[in-house]
Ligand binder design. Structure first.
Ligand code: NDP
Length: 238
């Protein structure tokens, strides 16, 4: 049975991914940090294995990966999805806030991928997808630390895909546009309406829009796709 590890699976895009991979027949484990009730409910609904760990912390992320490998025995698919957002003026960002953003959104993918990769290399098969953002491509005003962390994932994807392709592993990156999850709670109604207007398909994205693309990128039909940065944004552009 194919297996998938999804970080940040308790809510939003990650939760939709847990549901989609489980529905596609994968045995799924997912990481979460604070949303204990949501994680347990999702586990009960899907049979997925919830693992509490902090991906921004190397030691905690490695312990989570060890547990996932123990439970799943092997990992075929890794989705680096966990992330946080924050809106503030660049000049107000403290060293701690900068560090926390980079640790959570970028170093997390380093910690988790590094822990999972040796087993993928030894099985000569694996699919890794990093969840970046349109802001990693375009840059967003008042989200400089967020944009920098997401741009980092794009660089990591391009470089790592070349390094591990000979081992039968694909590494891709998706860049969602504006997707209706808790992450949008920092925007007021007027801003959301404006973002919708700026999205050519005329609606905001759903977590399911993203989950479907993730399942596709990890499926048999996508074996020749690697090192790609794929916008899933309803036409919302740079
Ligand atoms: P949500 O805020 O809805 O969910 C974030 C998830 O990440 C939660 O499951 C949360 O777990 C988990 N998480 C956060 N920090 C940690 C941590 N330190 N350790 C472990 N888990 C953690 O966000 P979205 O679903 O909207 O976002 C998912 C990804 O998609 C993010 O990387 C985001 O940047 C990206 N994205 C989102 C867009 C959007 O418009 N929504 C647009 C572009 C990209 P818990 O609640 O248990 O702490």
């Amino acid at each position: 049975m194919r297996t998938a590890l999804i970080t940040g699976g308790s809510r939003g895009i990650g939760a939709a991914a847990v549901l989609a991979f489980a529905k596609a027949g994968y045995r799924v484990a997912f990481f979460y940090l604070k949303s204990e009730d949501a994680a347990q409910a999702l586990a009960a609904k899907t049979g997925a294995i919830p693992i509490c760990c902090d991906v921004s912390d190397g030691e905690s992320a490695r312990a989570g990966c060890q547990e996932a490998l123990l439970q799943l025995r092997h990992i075929d698919v890794l989705i680096n999805n966990a992330g946080i957002a924050q809106q503030m003026l660049f000049t107000d960002i403290t060293d701690e806030q900068w560090q926390h953003m980079l640790q959570t959104n970028l170093s997390s993918a380093f910690y988790v991928t590094k822990a999972v990769l040796p087993q993928m290399i030894s099985q000569k098969d694996g699919r890794i997808v990093n969840v970046s953002s349109i802001w990693g491509q375009a840059g967003a005003s008042c989200e400089v630390h967020y944009s920098a962390s997401k741009a980092g994932l794009i660089g990591m994807t391009k470089a790592l895909s070349k390094e591990v392709a000979p081992s039968g592993i694909t590494v891709n990156c998706i860049c969602p546009g504006v997707i209706q999850t808790d992450m949008l709670s920092c925007y007021d109604a007027q801003t959301l309406a404006q973002l919708k207007e700026e999205t050519p398909v005329g609606r905001l994205g759903t977590p399911e829009d993203i989950a479907g693309a993730l399942v596709f990128l990890c499926g048999d039909s996508a074996g020749f796709i690697t090192g790609q940065i794929i916008g899933i944004n309803g036409g919302f552009g740079e």
